[in-house]
Design a binder for this molecule. Structure first.
Ligand SMILES: Cc1cc2nc3c(=O)[nH]c(=O)nc-3n(C[C@H](O)[C@H](O)[C@H](O)COP(=O)(O)OP(=O)(O)OC[C@H]3O[C@@H](n4cnc5c(N)ncnc54)[C@H](O)[C@@H]3O)c2cc1C
Ligand code: FES
Length: 1276
């Protein structure tokens, strides 16, 4: 990420700072600018910048991979606005993604710079956030909520910032501007300075694109294989940068950035009379959510208009607003923007040699109303599914339509106009009859191509009419009140955290239980933290790009690498023939394969590695990889979905079943039986650091260093050694830190490390393999899609007596851990409920999708959602509230699970009761009912969901752990253990443990890396268990050392640590010790259906409130309260971060993240533009997390509990709050009561469930099961 200082072209006086996406920014476009990267902002070697300090100290980093980006966004904001407002803060962060933190701590850090940081300044209902806080939490609780202390922060001093380099300043002032030409290996960049010159260039190279922000051209070149040998950059031409306020409107240069345009419009709105600025306001509305700030800072107005993308937010509103384009070629001409679309108002195509110079946005007139609309998969920083611009002009003093224009984006390949509908409606009055006619006319006129690849045809049609209806209502309202309401307020976030205080008797030096900053926090924020791709290149290093199968089930007939080998920089192509030993790994009957090649195997999904190109740079490797030709022979069947697998009887064995009580008999005695099914889509890990490995052959004895981003180095070592046919003692795996994993860096990381090692072995060079985001998403699989089919027997009073449920999970093409996921989903499916007669089955389906794997929660997020769904349906059938049915069926006393493991649910009930109280559940429920009575098109919903999360890895050997502690003669301590730092703060916690045990300050202790050379055979860092098991091992090692030191301490009790260590060395006492933890007893007999697979249970409850827009399906997460029992927290800052981060990932799973495959099994959603993970705008506006007090856990270190995964499931409280809101809509409309909602519950599904006249108009029938039409078949 960059911060650019440039001279403002318009004023030549102001310095502008702006953030941009480095990956899209052409280096040639930076001429004359100063670039600041995160390293330039501050560093541990010089001075840490307050932004870096506060982000780290407010616990705003976990894995740290996103942190430099966050720093740059906040830093740029502060350079432009040293005391930013809330709106500016949220806008600045809207374009950044974080997969770990859930954003709360990042916002907290940012808020410390805001001038209005103490209060939301909104006195809605007569109360502001602080008043509410007073109400909800007593003073003692508030005092406990300190995770950082602002008194420690350095002040922000803008005078200490870098100045714009004087040489660049002089250059801008003194040097005459001249044309610049840059030549690259394959490309030429020409940057003219006059319009005439530009026109000549355009005439000479009509095919060359004009590149300003490169946000349109760049992605095409980077991801879609488009190549332009010549690029013309017009950004330095003054005519294209004008901003003129004219008597009839604003003229804005085509090269002006969207950010500049936003500022210009905003200022004009503040200065001009309201009546004149309605178009400006509508355009501004779209600009606020268009892309993120990094995109708007560079993307140009001209680029957006001319690329005429179907999904443009601006074109529909600019066209409806009668904006004019100033075009230049041989001469100049002005045309209405609406003319450039195929079915536009006129028919005025832009010639290839024409250049857009500027755009004129007119003032609005008296009696004119204009609005813009959009609905996107995410509220911000996502291309719209449908956008719209609408304008109506009435005959003076009447509501008779004089002029009307309606434009839509997203409906066809470019912006479209409802031209005929508008003409027909002229002369009509603005009333219900007009609305009805208009809706039909618009629907008839706007034809959506049936081939829409996103499959949202019905949804788009409904949005098309719903937007018109919104417009109708807005205009009606304005006609009544004669007032137009401009609202600039952004979202205000309010957070409250309650942690456990440490005992007053605890030594101040003892860090356990305190909110210690992540050990790498500052390094994350300064960009000094090293990930695999940051490791300096090794002499002669090669880069690898993989070639993957493009068929879901086929035989490879031939692989032709001849063209690829001729490409520049190519060193070699690696295939299965180059694997010295094992190309197959057997964890069950079906093998996992490194390279799929001719004769070796068939490809069984799209995205399997066929070969890999090694070249001198990544760009060369990628270029050559695209030239490898593979011929296939299609094989049958192609099984993609769970339904396909059931039809073909295609499963991984064994299938599992658990049963308690007499289910069949119980069904005979119950009052009611309900049956249903729910589909739950998969989820992409979307760790910020993609799969990465660097293999360095050491040159002797076949030794290799493998630097790898994994959760399980011992496993990588085993796989690499096996594929190379060398003993494991030659392979040294090193892991410093991992930029997020969430379960995705186990087996898949092993396969990729093997690929890189085979390449390194063959070429005898260091080899680096960093998967691109697209390849990573394509190859590595993710969370298992699920289908849950249930039959539930219950009594009139809500007691559930019998449940029979089947889970089918889509395992993909190889077994990976799918059977284990199926087993865990069965073991955890009861969630918080005691069901006396219960039968559950699970089977993993074998399909031709990429193989799915472990993902935070490991089956529970899916089976738990199925359970909560039938609980909710029982409530609907009995007419009881869901919380009553939950409460009634919850575990209450010392109980047994359905596989006879004992549990004490006391803390489950405490979490539930505390959450009820802290969320003020009942009073808010009443307020929501009141709100819903008064609002027809908006509804609120609330849900409270309990959770029991069993902890355990299923067998003792999987939870063993070891540590190694060295004390050096200067007293410093080097600590290592088998756990991996994935962002969960394990090393921080381990240092806390060692500090307590050795009774020395944390600053004495250093953690370097996890390595197979220091701790052999370490188990994977999975299943929330890292701290539990490694903590025990670290404690053991420290106690061994302390025992050895004790006689020396006893002899010199007044001495200090250094004295004792010196003495110990002189007395030949060993200062190095290993520690070991044998693991937890665990067993499960699947034949009997009984066992003790878990060590202990975590509990929690979440209450969420949402608001849905019934016309669009959009929703807002208003508030979430979580109470979580995590025993005694070792580090509350880290633990709260884990809860929040997991929860927000859960929001993604249950409401946003959609994986889409083609009918041929090709994953469509292969990057952040198609696959939306939660961003800042998606977290609850009020987000409160409390840790349950006085909870003990005898099984884990210092009475803590392993909590990395648990919070994810609680994200389903948002799903059920949405369901509550939808239920309210359906009850009000007299629709069928029970209805199925699948996950993710996206805007599309919400809209489908809120059946109304518009859905009827589109679908042609009422249908409570409308969602079935839209259900993404390929998701499960
Ligand atoms: C991550 C991301 C998110 C985005 N989100 C949104 C969104 O939410 N809504 C939305 O509407 N858009 C969105 N966009 C699209 C973005 O707004 C456009 O890509 C951008 O406005 C194009 O401007 P540019 O200067 O970057 O164009 P460039 O890539 O530089 O050029 C694009 C095209 O326009 C032509 N062109 C540029 N200037 C002129 C000119 N003066 N005369 C003639 N032809 C010209 C070029 O020849 C080229 O073909 C997003 C893009 C990205 C990458
Ligand atoms: S800390 Fe943000 S992605 Fe890991």
């Amino acid at each position: 990420l960059f911060r650019l200082g440039t001279r403002d072209a318009a004023s030549k006086k102001t310095l502008l700072h702006y953030s941009a996406n480095a990956c899209l920014l052409p280096i040639c476009s930076l001429y004359g600018m100063a670039v600041t990267t995160v390293e330039g902002v501050g560093s541990t070697r010089t001075r840490i910048h307050p932004v870096q300090e506060r982000l780290a100290k407010c616990h705003g980093s976990q894995c740290g991979f996103c942190t430099p980006g966050m720093v740059m966004s906040i830093y740029t904001l502060l350079r432009n606005h040293p005391e930013p407002t809330y709106e500016q803060m949220t806008a600045a962060l809207a374009g950044n993604l974080c997969r770990c933190t859930g954003y709360r701590p990042i916002l907290d850090a940012c808020k410390t710079f805001c001038k209005d940081s103490v209060c939301c300044q909104s006195k809605a209902n007569g109360m502001c956030c602080l008043d509410q806080e007073e109400d909800l939490f007593d003073r003692k609780e508030k005092e406990s909520a300190r995770l950082f202390s602002p008194d420690e922060f350095q002040p922000l001093d803008p005078t200490q910032e870098f100045i714009f380099p004087p040489e660049l300043m002089r250059m801008a002032e003194n040097q005459p501007k001249r044309t610049l030409v840059f030549h690259g290996e394959r490309m030429m960049w020409i940057s003219p300075v006059t319009l005439d010159e530009l026109q000549d260039l355009k005439a000479a190279h009509p095919k060359a694109p004009l590149v300003v922000g490169n946000t349109g051209v760049g992605p095409d070149m980077k991801f879609r294989g488009v190549f332009h040998p010549i690029v013309i950059a017009p950004a330095r031409i003054p005519d294209l940068n004008v901003v003129k306020c004219m008597s009839d409107g604003l003229t804005i240069g085509a090269a002006c950035s969207l950010s500049l345009m936003k500022d210009v419009l905003r200022n004009a709105i503040l200065e001009l009379p309201e009546e004149k600025t309605k178009i400006f306001y509508a355009v501004l509305q779209q600009l606020r959510t268009l892309g993120g700030e990094q995109i708007r800072n560079v993307a140009s107005l001209g680029g957006n208009i001319i690329s005429r993308k179907s999904t443009s937010d601006l074109n529909p509103i600019l066209a409806a607003g009668n904006c004019m384009l100033n075009l230049a070629s041989q001469g100049k001409r002005w045309i209405p923007l609406s003319d450039i679309f195929a079915n536009g108002v006129g028919n005025n195509a832009i010639m290839p040699e024409e250049v857009l110079v500027s755009v004129h946005i007119p003032h609005s007139r008296k009696g004119e109303y204009i609005s813009a609309f959009r609905q996107a998969p995410r509220r911000e920083n996502a291309l719209p599914i449908i956008s719209a611009g609408m304008r109506v002009l009435f005959e003076e003093g009447t509501d008779k339509i004089k002029d009307l224009s309606i434009f839509y984006g997203g409906a066809a390949s470019t912006t479209v106009c409802a031209k005929q509908a508008c003409q027909t409606l002229i002369g009509r009055y603005w009333n219900e009859q007009m609305l009805d006619e208009a809706s039909r006319l618009i629907l008839n006129e706007i034809i959506l191509p049936n081939s829409a690849s996103d499959g949202k045809i019905e949804y788009k049609k409904i949005l098309i009419v719903s937007f018109f209806y919104k417009f109708f209502l807005e205009v009606l309202q304005s006609l009544k009140t004669m007032h137009y309401f401009f609202n600039f307020l952004g979202v205000f976030f309010f957070f409250f955290l309650m942690i456990q205080n440490v005992e007053l008797s605890q030594s101040p030096q003892d860090p356990v239980g305190r909110p210690i900053m992540h050990q790498s926090g500052i390094k994350h924020a300064t960009g000094e933290a090293v990930y695999i791709d940051d490791i300096p290149s090794v002499d002669g290093e090669l880069f690898l790009s993989v070639v993957t199968s493009s068929r879901a089930h086929a035989k490879i007939v031939s692989v032709d690498t001849s063209e690829a080998l001729k490409e520049p920089g190519v060193f070699d192509i690696i295939t299965a023939n180059d694997v010295p030993a094992t190309n197959e790994f057997h964890y069950s009957d079906d093998p996992e394969i490194i390279f799929y090649m001719i004769c070796i195997s068939q490809v069984i999904c799209v995205g399997q590695i066929v070969c890999a190109v090694a070249a001198d740079s990544y760009a060369h490797a990628k270029q050559a990889a695209a030239k490898v030709k593979i011929e296939y022979e299609a094989l049958e069947p192609v099984i993609l979905t769970i339904e396909d697998a059931i039809r073909h009887n295609s499963f991984f064995e064994p299938k599992r079943k658990l049963e308690r009580g007499d289910v069949d008999k119980a069904f005979e005695t119950v009052d009611h039986i309900l049956e249903g099914e729910i589909h739950i889509g998969g989820q992409e890990h979307f760790y910020m650091e993609t799969q990465s490995v660097l293999v360095v052959p050491k040159g002797e004895d076949k030794e290799m260093d493998v630097f790898v981003s994994t959760q399980h180095p011992a496993f990588i070592q085993e796989m690499v050694a096996a594929s190379l046919g060398v003993p494991a003692n030659r392979i040294m795996c090193h892991v410093k830190r991992v930029g997020g994993a969430f379960g995705g860096k186990l087996l898949k990381a092993g396969l990729l490390a093997s690929v890189a090692s085979v390449a390194a072995n063959k070429t005898n060079r260091a080899v680096r393999l960093i998967l691109s985001r697209g390849d990573d998403m394509l190859i590595t699989g993710g969370r298992h899609p699920f289908i849950g089919k249930y039959k539930v027997g219950f009594m009139n009073d809500g007691r559930i007596r019998a449940v029979d449920v089947k889970y089918y999970i889509n395992g993909g093409c190889t077994p990976d851990e799918s059977v284990l996921v199926a087993e865990v989903s069965l073991l955890k499916m009861d969630n918080a409920y005691k069901i006396p007669n219960l039968r559950c089955w699970a089977c993993a389906c074998k399909t031709n999708l990429p193989s799915n794997t472990a993902f935070r929660g490991f089956g529970f997020p899916q089976s738990g959602l199925v359970t909560e769904t039938w609980i909710t349906e029982v409530a609907e059938k009995t007419g009881l509230s869901p919380e009553k049915v939950r409460e009634m069926n919850m575990y209450k006393e010392d109980e047994q699970t359905h596989f006879k493991q004992k549990l004490d649910p006391q803390n489950l009930i405490r979490c539930w009761n505390e959450c009820m109280e802290k969320s003020a559940y009942y009073s808010r429920k009443t307020a929501i009912e009141e709100f819903n009575k008064q609002n027809y098109w908006k509804k609120k919903g609330i849900a409270i969901v309990p959770m029991k999360f069993p902890f355990g890895l299923g067998s003792r050997y999987l939870s063993q752990a070891a540590a190694l502690v060295h004390i050096y003669t200067d007293g410093s301590v080097l600590l290592t253990h088998g756990g991996i730092e994935l962002g969960q703060g394990i090393h921080t916690k381990m240092i806390q443990v060692a500090s307590r045990e050795l009774n020395i300050p944390m600053s004495y202790i250093h953690f370097c890396e996890t390595s197979t050379t220091t701790v052999p055979n370490a188990c994977a860092s999975v299943g929330s268990a890292g701290t539990d098991v490694n903590g025990m091992a670290v404690k053991d090692a420290c106690q061994t050392l302390l025992k050895r030191l004790q006689p020396i301490i006893n002899e010199n009790p007044k001495g200090n640590w250094n004295d004792w260590i010196k003495e110990a060395f002189e007395q030949s006492v060993s200062l190095s010790a290993t520690g070991y933890f044998r693991g937890y007893d665990a067993d499960m007999d699947w034949e009997k259906g009984e066992g003790q697979p878990f060590t202990y249970f975590l509990y929690g409850t979440a209450c969420s409130e949402v608001e849905i827009n019934c016309l669009t399906g959009d929703h807002k997460n208003l508030r979430t309260d979580i109470v979580m029992d995590i025993g005694c927290s070792i580090n509350p800052a880290v633990d709260i971060g884990q809860i929040e981060g997991a929860f927000v990932q859960g929001i993604g799973l249950y409401t946003m993240e959609e994986l889409k495959y083609s009918p041929e099994g090709v994953l469509h959603t292969r990057g952040p533009d198609q696959y939306k993970i939660p961003a800042v705008c998606d977290i609850p506006e009020q987000f409160n997390v409390s840790l349950l007090s006085s909870s003990q856990n005898p099984y884990a270190i210092y009475s803590s509990k392993g909590l990395g995964e648990a919070g994810l499931f609680l994200g389903c409280s948002v799903f059920f709050a949405l369901r509550d809101a939808i239920t309210c809509v359906r009850n009000e409309r007299g629709l069928k009561k029970t209805f199925a909602l699948n996950s993710p519950l996206t805007a599309e599904q919400i809209r489908a469930a809120c059946t109304d006249d518009f859905t009827k108009m589109v679908i042609g029938r009422w249908g409570s099961d409308l969602y079935l039409l839209w259900n993404t078949y390929w998701a499960t």
